[in-house]
Write a protein that binds this ligand. Sequence first.
Ligand code: ADP
Ligand code: MG
Length: 571
Amino acid sequence: MTDSASTGTDSVRELDGDTVERIAAGEVITRPARVVAELVENALDAGAERIDVAVDGDGTERIRVADDGHGMGRADAALAVEPHTTSKIRDASDLAVADSLGFRGEALASVADAGTLELTTNADGSGGEGDASDGTGRTGEGDVGTRVRVADGETTVADAGRARGTTVEVTDLFADRPARRESLASPAREFGCVSELVADYALARPEVAFSLSHDGRETLRTPGTGTTDALVAVYDREAAGHATAFDHRAELGSRIELRAEGALVAPAVTRSTREHVHLAVNGRPVTNEALRRAVVAGYGTLLPSGREPVAVVRLSLPAAAVDANVHPAKERVALREGDAVADAVETGVRDALTTADLRRSGEVAMDLDSSLAPVEGADSEFADATVIGQFRDLYVLCETDDGLLVVDQHAAHERVNFERLRAALADEAVPSAEVDPAATVSLDPGAAAAVEGNADALAELGFAFDRFGGTTYRVTGAPAPLGRVADADALGETAASLDGGEADPREAALADLACHPSLKAGDALDRETASRLVERLGECEQPHACPHGRPTTLTVGEATLADGFERHGRR
Ligand code: ADP
Ligand code: MG
């Protein structure tokens, strides 16, 4: 390696080729997530319909990206790992019109330079799975695939069995770059970056099936069947269920055709942070602050103050209108006519939300992040509490002015959800969702009698049902106050609890409904979420008990601790 600092002279000199390479590579391959991005883009450029990403540890141990794209013949595979080799452009004149994600022809070489790279590929597709290096000496393109390995600057080429497609495995990343290794965050953080990145690609290319696993455990899988399913995988059913598809076309000043399409999640589901506006330009996830702000502006006043939207906005623009070269890793883009593009995006989003069925936005979103949004103008009884930890993934421990406050996270979240639900529904009937096909439930005679006796109350709680004969009922509607539909089986239980002489049967039923989406014991909470939970609990009308009447908090006064440790009169 060239180390100019150790030569001890100050003269300006030209760097040798190897160094130039390293500087350039250093710009692109800064962390494991960048390797994943380059490999995923290559897979997409190869027309893959399925891309499987696996990461071990912080990614320096192993990154593997497998695709079912068109693969490479042997000669191409051997050439592809060399610097400045690409099949995507021929010369600079193609640059302006390149519609592929890659074109610089340096990614594989840079990755190979930063770690050990093994590329297994087959352009034909009749080769089997597994290693089929059979020593027959066949080297042409046929049913035998190719394995190219670059380790310590040595390239070896061999036969390998593989179905059509390409697998690239990178190990020992940054093994000889201690400074890069030092600059990496914890494995969890580095994997977090990979995870966000893969999610971004999955939302930018929802027609491609993506999977991601970490240390052998699958953490994300999208089916490749469109935006809604990708949203379910990246977020949850709640967010996906509130999503409205949109497709907006505009012609900008200088005859630039723009298409903006994707999905906008209705503002019943929001987030506290900004990274949930997923932007893509011509198939590549990008960050662009002006475009993000345009999307938020399109939501306008629909967005509760201090909340951020969840949205997927994909732009198609003529390649000439986009300059991906402003950022070495192409994450940020510059747009010609940027203001006009932003205006068009804002209009597209606003129009889509105006025509969308916003009645759904009146529903109470019960996902964790939405549910902890602070109540405007409310003071939290626990404003002085500082979260100091979590015990058994069940209790949140806080330091307060008077001692130790212990919060049962499940009970606390239930209380929060219950009060939100009660406020949202006020005097209205609980929203109901159609159960289709209708569910048949058989009840024991006691429960059936309770159903008969409370038919009106059950209807008000969102059940639609009729008697099928005997003690069997056909349920055609179920309460869906949380955007999630209760089980048809809940009919019997709810009827029984209505019969149980509860002071307010409606409240009792709401309490049960609030319970389902609440945090469970065993859910690890990060400190920020835990603080928001405690703070939000403190804003409840009755913060000290869950809707079923169990305590939500326990205070261990400082005096109790002092007594226990016999610190009488001392500190
Ligand atoms: P670029 O993508 O800029 O062309 P890369 O170094 O990333 O440069 O890749 C070099 C070449 O290797 C590509 O142009 C392409 O022809 C080939 N290639 C890389 N990855 C794949 C893949 N997963 N499937 C098929 N071909 C690939
Ligand atoms: Mg590439």
